[in-house]
Design a protein around this ligand. Structure first.
Ligand code: GCU
Length: 463
C-alpha cells in the first residue's frame, strides 16, 4: 500500500483529545420608512448531486493508520470515474504529489505568537490578491430600516423582523433585505442575557417565513436555533450580488465600482456576500442584545466558502461553519480531487478575483492553499463538515485543511484536530477550537448538520 502523495502533516507535538459527541436533540434607533418589498430572488442551487445511496465502501488505496476512519465508497468512486463527460478525479490513488505552503512561513522553528499578526496580515493579503479579491477601500454609509415583523414559524417562541440594509455612497444607494429572529423568552426578563447569534449566508431560495415550519426547514431550522437559545439572521446571496457571471452591474460590486471593469484583484461575489454578512452582524451587534463573544457565520457550499472568507476578513465572527464548502472553501486545491480551480473559475467566474483563473491546472503555483484560510481563523473556532456522497467537494481535502492548519492554533495556545485519518462516518470530531463531521448522504445543509454544529458552538461558547 503506497501513499503516493505527501500529506505534510506534522506529527502531533502534544497529546490531543478527541471528543466524540453523539447526536442529541438540542433541544432602537432604527429608521422606520417604507413598506417591505419582498425582494425575492431564487437561486436554483447548482448543487452537485452525486449518484444514489452509497454502499459501505471497501478499503481502497490510502491508509495512514489502522483506524476505521471514513473512506470514499469504492462503488461511488468507480461510477464517478467512469463518467466520460465528467473528467475529474475521484480516485485517492490518483491525487498528485503536492507540497503545501507553510502556515507560519519560512521561519517555522522559532516562530512566536507575537509574530502571528504580521504573518496573518501577509496571508490575508495573498488570499485577497490571488483568490477572493480585494474589497473596495471606500466606506459607505450604512443604514438599517425596520420593515415589518416577520411571521414567527416557531409558534410564539421567537421575535422575527424583516430589515433592509441600505448602503449609500453619495447620492447612490444599494439595499438588500434580511431576516432576524431572536428567542422571545430570553429577552423578556428584566435584565436579559446577551444572546449568541448565527448568521446564515443563504444561497438557496430566500426562506419565506409564512410557509416555513420549524421542522421543515433543514437549511435554516429557526426552531432548532431558537430552542437552543440562539438568535439567527439570514440574507440571500443573490440579493447582494447576483449569482450569475453577468450579474456584476446589478450587484453590490458594480454599485461600488460604478460599473467600472473589474481589475485582476477586484473582489468576487464570495467576498461581496461575506461583506454583507458583516453588515448583518453590524445590525445585530448594534440593535439586538447579542453577545459579541458568541457570534457564528454559517454557510453551505458556495455559502460555506463565503463563511470562511467572511470570518477571515471580519474577526468579529467567533466561529465559522463551512458545510460542504469544497473547492475554494475548505478543500485543499492542490489535491485536485473533485472540483478543480480550472472548473470552478470557468463555471463561476464571478465568485473569485479574475487572477485565480491563471492558476487553472497550475494549483502548485498558487502562493496559498486552503489550510491557510482555516489558519486565518485561529485562535477563533472553525467547523468543517462534509457529506459522504459529495465527493465533488473532496471530503478528505476539507478535513486535511483543518489538520494542516494546526500550527496556527498551536502557536496561539489552542488545541485543534491533528489526526490525519478521518473520523468514521457520522461521528463528529471536536478538538479544541476545531470541529469536523462527515455525515451520510448527499450535498445539502440538513438539520442533522445543524445539530452537530450547535453542539460544537455550545462547547466553544461555554469556554
Ligand atoms: C457547484 C460548484 C461548487 C459549489 C456548489 C454549491 O457544484 O461547483 O463549488 O460549492 O455548486 O454552491 O452548491
Amino acid at each position: 500500500m503506497i501513499m503516493k502523495h505527501k500529506w505534510h502533516v506534522r506529527p502531533a507535538r502534544r497529546p490531543f483529545v478527541t471528543r466524540r459527541l453523539l447526536t442529541a436533540a438540542l433541544a432602537s434607533s432604527m429608521t422606520m420608512v417604507g413598506i417591505f418589498s419582498n425582494n425575492l430572488s431564487f437561486n436554483s442551487a447548482n448543487a452537485q448531486s452525486l449518484l444514489g445511496k452509497a454502499d459501505t465502501g471497501a478499503d481502497t488505496e490510502i491508509r495512514t493508520t489502522e483506524s476505521a476512519g471514513w473512506q470514499a465508497d469504492a462503488k461511488l468512486v468507480a461510477a464517478l470515474q467512469a463518467r466520460s463527460n465528467h473528467p475529474f478525479n475521484y480516485d485517492e490513488a490518483a491525487v498528485p504529489d503536492y507540497e503545501l505552503p507553510d502556515v507560519l512561513g519560512a521561519a517555522t522553528e522559532d516562530f512566536t505568537a507575537a509574530q502571528w499578526p504580521d504573518r496573518r496580515a501577509a496571508l490575508l493579503e495573498q488570499f485577497r490578491g490571488h483568490v477572493y479579491g480585494r474589497r473596495p477601500q471606500v466606506t459607505p454609509e450604512v443604514f438599517f430600516e425596520y420593515e415589518a415583523a416577520a411571521f414567527d414559524p416557531t409558534g410564539g417562541k421567537a421575535i422575527g423582523k424583516r430589515v433592509r440594509c441600505r448602503i449609500r455612497l453619495g447620492e447612490r444607494e444599494f439595499a438588500f433585505p434580511f431576516l432576524i429572529y431572536t428567542p422571545r423568552q430570553s429577552q423578556q426578563s428584566a435584565s436579559p442575557e446577551p444572546m449568541p447569534l448565527v448568521v446564515l449566508i443563504n444561497n438557496r431560495e430566500f426562506p419565506d417565513p409564512q410557509t416555513m415550519s420549524p421542522e421543515a426547514s433543514g437549511f435554516w431550522p429557526v426552531g432548532l436555533l431558537i430552542d437552543a437559545g440562539f438568535a439567527t439572521a439570514v440574507f440571500h446571496t443573490s440579493d447582494v450580488d447576483p449569482d450569475r457571471a453577468d450579474g456584476y452591474e446589478q450587484g453590490i460590486r458594480g454599485f461600488f465600482a460604478e460599473n467600472a471593469p473589474r481589475g485582476d484583484e477586484s473582489w468576487g461575489s464570495l467576498s461581496a456576500w461575506g461583506w454583507a454578512a458583516s453588515r448583518v452582524l453590524d445590525f445585530a451587534l448594534k440593535y439586538e442584545n447579542i453577545d459579541p463573544q458568541r457570534t457564528a457565520v454559517v454557510g453551505h457550499s458556495r455559502g460555506g466558502k463565503t463563511a470562511l472568507w467572511a470570518a477571515a476578513e471580519d474577526p468579529r465572527f467567533q466561529i465559522a461553519y463551512a458545510n460542504e464548502s469544497g473547492c475554494g472553501g475548505a478543500a485543499l486545491s492542490r489535491r485536485r480531487y473533485g472540483e478543480t480551480i480550472a472548473r470552478i473559475t470557468s463555471a463561476f467566474p464571478h465568485w473569485f478575483c479574475p487572477k485565480l483563473t491563471t492558476y487553472s491546472d497550475q494549483e502548485d503555483r498558487l502562493p496559498v492553499d486552503q489550510h491557510q484560510l482555516i489558519a486565518l481563523l485561529a485562535p477563533r473556532s472553525v467547523y468543517v463538515a462534509s457529506a459522504a456522497e459529495d465527493l465533488w467537494a473532496d471530503p478528505r481535502g476539507e478535513y486535511l485543511s483543518i489538520v494542516e492548519a494546526a500550527p496556527a492554533f498551536e502557536l496561539l495556545g489552542k488545541t485543534s484536530i491533528t489526526d490525519s485519518s478521518m473520523p468514521p462516518l457520522d461521528q463528529p470530531r471536536h478538538v479544541g477550537a476545531t470541529g469536523y463531521h462527515i455525515r451520510p448522504g448527499k450535498h445539502n445543509l440538513t438539520r442533522h448538520d445543524w445539530q452537530y454544529f450547535l453542539q460544537f458552538a455550545e462547547s466553544q461558547f461555554a469556554e
